[in-house]
Design a protein around this ligand. Structure first.
Ligand SMILES: Nc1nc2c(ncn2[C@@H]2O[C@H](COP(=O)(O)OP(=O)(O)OP(=O)(O)O)[C@@H](O)[C@H]2O)c(=O)[nH]1
Length: 232
């Protein structure tokens, strides 16, 4: 039985960085890790990969012939991989004896909640190589700073989980940046409430002055809170 992770998520959500960090962490705790790059457009890999789909097909080639755009090209590459799954299976066979596998996938989310190729070839590999996989879906924590984006991220995760039919874990990535987004601040809450009950329209000039005061108070409070944290 072989264990591994299917790392997916929107473009730029941090999949490659995650695979790199996760493989280092797992190696440190004594697991033998192999990273499989399945992104045919992943040019600058920060990790050493055991298998690279670019040996089979490259996005830049299919953008020349059959002259597809980046999105269509990626769908084509995944369909091509599905048709040539024997290639991947042969590459994985020697690894699955003693490795933990990390699959680094492309960022086009439709490949995981609409198209069937990725799901189909993973299902074949699961059966033929006796894999135990979990989907790890990365979501940029920036999406938590806006209710609409947050809900669409949840819906995306739900659709992907239902489509892939695998154990599924959502990971908020880039959490180190969360402090730089406008979250839950009382100032933001007041602005939202003012818009909702119409206060903001009662005296436009007055509210501009008021909002500049809110910004100053918020900055002072944040500094005060940070100073308190440092003292603790
Ligand atoms: N601050 C911060 N930056 C990160 C983190 N993870 C990734 N990044 C940055 O985000 C950018 C995209 O990261 P990648 O790992 O290439 O993301 P990806 O999901 O593999 O990207 P695609 O393959 O293009 O879909 C890079 O500039 C990374 O350095 C993180 O945890 N914190």
């Amino acid at each position: 039985m072989v264990f591994g992770q299917v790392v997916i998520g929107p473009p730029g959500s941090g999949k490659t960085t995650y695979c790199n960090g996760m493989s280092q962490f797992l190696s440190l705790i004594g697991r033998k890790v192999a990273i499989v790059n399945l992104d045919p457009a992943n040019d600058a890999l920060p990790y050493e990969c055991a298998v690279n789909v670019e040996e089979l097909i490259k996005l830049e080639d299919v953008m020349v012939d059959p002259a597809l755009g980046p999105n269509g090209g990626l769908v084509y590459c995944m369909e091509y991989l599905e048709k040539n799954i024997d290639w991947l299976e042969a590459k994985l066979k020697p690894l699955v004896k003693d490795h933990y596998i990390l699959f680094d996938f492309p960022g086009q989310v439709e490949l995981f909640f609409i198209h069937d190729s990725s799901k189909n070839f993973l299902t074949k590999l699961i059966k033929s190589l006796n894999l135990r996989l979990v989907v790890v879906q990365l979501i940029d924590c920036h999406l938590c700073s806006d209710p609409g984006n947050y809900i669409s991220a949840l819906l995306l995760s739900l659709s992907t989980m239902l489509h892939m039919e695998l154990p599924h874990i959502n990971v908020l990535s880039k959490i180190d940046l969360i402090g730089s987004y406008k979250l839950e601040s009382v100032g933001e809450l007041i602005k939202l409430i003012d818009k909702s009950n119409g206060y903001v329209f009662s005296g436009i000039d007055a509210s501009v002055v008021e909002y500049s005061k809110i910004a100053v108070v918020a900055a002072v409070q944040e500094k005060y809170m940070k100073d308190e944290e440092t003292e603790d």
